[in-house]
Design a protein around this ligand. Structure first.
Ligand code: GAP
Length: 479
C-alpha cells in the first residue's frame, strides 16, 4: 500500500488535499495523471451504462431539498455508533474499534464478557467471527466498549457509552444560518435519480424496464477515514437505478450482478482478486444485496454494492412530497410504483482498486548481459491508462525530433499522448512503465529512410516496426 501511495504522489496521480497546510483528513486531490485516469474510469462506466437503449443519464445538483433526506431515511438512520476515550479524547467508530482488535484480544474480550461460558477454554474461531459480525449492531457493543482498552492511550474502561453520529454534512442556504435553512451535502447520488424518475421517464419516453445513471460527488463525515482513497469524506459515486415491474426484480438483480462483475473483469481485474459478499442482514425494505469486493493490500474491501430495493425509495418520496411517482403501464392499463435494482460503485474507491491491481515490480534482464534490474510497472488496461502512448525520438537531431513532434501533434487530436526526448531510451521506457503507458513509439534513424517507427508494448516489452502512418489506427484498435 505504501508503495502505491508513494508512486501516486511522486508521479502526480493523487496528492493530499491542501498539503502545504498539513492536509485535510479524508480529502484527496487528483494530479495530472490521476485526473486523466479517473476521467477514463468514469468514461468507461458511463459508456457501459448509457451507450445502450434502456439507460438514460442525469446530473443532479449536490444540494437538494432537505425533505429528500427525511424521505430516504438518512436523517434518522444514516448514523454510526461512536465512542470517545475520556482519557485522551480519541474518537472511534465502534465497529472499527472492534475490527482493529486482533483475534487474541477479541477472545480475551469475549471471555471477560461471558465469564464461565467457555469453561476455561478459549472461544473458537467461529464464535469470534460471529461475535465480530454482530458487534456493530447488537447490545454486546455496549458491554464490549466498557471492557476495551483505548488503542491510542491504552487506558482500559475509558470509553463513553456509544452515541449515534449522523454522517451527513450540514450547511445553510442563504444568509441566515438557522434550522429553517439547513441543507445537506448529498451522501449518495441515488436520491437525485429517484426524485427525477418521472421527469426522465416522460422526457425520454422510456418504458419499463429502464435505468437512470449518474456520476457525481458524495460527502460523508466519516468518523474514521482510512486506507488512502478507500474511505474518504468527499468521493465520487457512479450509480444506476434500474426500474422494473414488481415481480421482475429477481431476474434483473441477477442480470445486473453479472454485468457489473463483467465490467471489472473486462477492465483487466483478475477473477482471483474479486469476490462476492452476500449481505445476510438486510434493511427492512431490501430484498437482496451483494457487494463486489476487491482484494486490497490491507484485505478484502467493498468496491460496489448491487441492491434489490423494492419500491421503498419511490414510495417514500411519494409520501413525503405528496406527488405521485407512479408509472402508467400502457399494456395492462395499471398504475404502480416500480421496483428498483441499484448498482452503486465508488469512482474513487475503484480508482484505487485499479491502481493496486495494476501495480507490479518485475525483475527484468539488463542490456547486453548486465545484471538484471527491477522495473515498476502499472499494468493498467489501455482504456484506463492516463497516457495512451509516448512518442520518443531516439536522439534529438537529424530530424528525428521534428518527426516525433509531428507524430505527437497528430495523435493529440485523438488521444492523450506524451512526447519525451530526455535521457537514455531505456530510462524513458521505465518512466512510462511506471505510469502505465501501454505503448511507446520510437522514431530512429530507420524512420528517416522508410517512415516506420518501433512500437514497444508495455507488458511484454516486445518491439515491432510499423508504418508511422498506421500509428493512429494501431492505438484506436487497442484502446
Ligand atoms: N446508494 C447506495 C450507496 O450509497 P454504499 O454502499 O453506501 O451504497 C456505494 O456506497 C459505494 O460508494 C461503495 O461501494 C464505495 O465504493 C463507495 N463509497 C461509500 N462510502 C465511501 C467513502 N467514505 N469513501 C469512498 N468511497 C465510498
Amino acid at each position: 500500500m505504501e508503495k502505491v501511495v508513494s508512486l501516486a504522489k511522486r508521479r502526480g496521480f493523487v496528492f493530499q488535499s491542501s498539503e502545504i497546510y498539513g492536509g485535510l483528513n479524508g480529502c484527496w486531490d487528483y494530479g495530472p495523471l490521476g485526473v486523466e485516469m479517473l476521467n477514463n474510469l468514469k468514461q468507461a462506466w458511463w459508456r457501459s451504462m448509457t451507450f445502450r437503449d434502456d439507460v438514460e443519464g442525469v446530473d443532479a445538483s449536490i444540494l437538494m431539498h432537505p425533505k429528500v433526506w427525511e424521505a430516504s431515511g438518512h436523517v434518522a438512520n444514516f448514523t454510526d455508533p461512536m465512542v470517545d476515550c475520556k482519557q485522551c479524547k480519541s474518537r472511534y467508530r465502534v465497529d472499527v474499534l472492534m475490527d482493529e482488535l486482533n483475534t487474541k484480544k477479541k477472545k480475551d474480550v469475549l471471555r471477560e464478557m461471558f465469564p464461565g461460558q467457555f469453561d476455561g477454554q478459549q472461544p473458537d474461531e467461529k464464535i469470534v467471527a460471529e461475535f465480530a459480525a454482530r458487534i456493530a449492531t447488537d447490545e454486546t457493543v455496549a458491554q464490549a466498549v466498557r471492557i476495551l482498552a483505548c488503542p491510542n492511550c491504552g487506558t482500559k474502561g475509558s470509553f463513553t457509552e456509544a452515541r449515534q453520529f449522523n454522517l451527513m454534512f450540514k450547511t445553510f442556504v442563504g444568509p441566515v444560518e438557522d434550522s429553517n435553512n439547513v441543507v445537506f451535502l448529498r451522501p449518495e447520488t441515488a436520491q437525485g435519480i429517484f426524485v427525477n424518475f418521472l421527469n426522465v421517464q416522460s422526457a425520454s419516453r422510456q418504458k419499463l424496464p429502464f435505468g437512470i445513471a449518474q456520476i457525481g460527488k458524495a460527502f460523508r463525515n466519516e468518523i474514521n477515514t482510512k486506507n488512502f482513497l478507500f474511505r474518504t469524506r468527499e468521493f465520487e459515486q457512479m450509480e444506476m437505478q434500474y426500474f422494473v415491474k414488481p415481480g421482475e426484480e429477481d431476474r434483473f438483480f441477477e442480470y445486473w450482478r453479472e454485468e457489473r462483475m463483467k465490467w471489472f473483469l473486462e477492465l483487466g481485474m483478475k477473477p482471483e482478486n474479486l469476490q462476492w459478499h452476500k449481505h445476510e442482514k438486510l434493511a427492512h425494505y431490501a430484498k437482496a444485496a451483494f457487494d463486489i469486493e476487491f482484494k486490497f493490500p490491507f484485505g478484502w474491501g467493498e468496491v460496489e454494492g448491487i441492491h434489490s430495493r423494492t419500491n421503498f425509495d419511490l414510495s417514500q418520496h411519494e409520501q413525503f412530497s405528496g406527488k405521485s411517482l407512479k408509472y402508467f403501464d400502457e399494456q395492462s392499463k395499471e398504475k404502480f410504483v416500480p421496483y428498483v435494482i441499484e448498482t452503486s460503485v465508488g469512482a474513487s474507491r475503484s480508482f484505487m482498486a485499479f491502481l493496486c491491481a495494476s501495480y507490479d515490480e518485475e525483475m527484468v534482464a539488463g542490456a547486453d548481459g548486465e545484471a538484471g534490474e527491477v522495473r515498476t510497472v502499472l499494468h493498467l488496461h489501455p482504456k484506463l491508462a492516463p497516457m495512451k502512448a509516448a512518442i520518443l525520438p531516439l536522439v534529438n537531431r537529424d530530424g528525428m525530433d521534428d518527426l516525433a513532434r509531428n507524430l505527437t501533434k497528430d495523435l493529440q487530436k485523438y488521444f492523450r499522448v506524451f512526447y519525451d526526448d530526455s535521457g537514455a531510451i531505456g530510462r524513458r521506457y521505465r518512466r512510462q512503465d511506471e505510469i502505465g503507458t501501454p505503448y511507446c513509439f520510437t522514431v530512429d534513424s530507420q524512420t528517416l529512410t522508410d517512415q516506420t517507427v518501433t512500437v514497444r508494448e508495455r507488458d511484454s516489452m516486445k518491439q515491432e516496426r510499423i508504418a508511422m502512418s498506421a500509428v493512429r489506427d494501431y492505438l484506436l484498435e487497442r484502446i
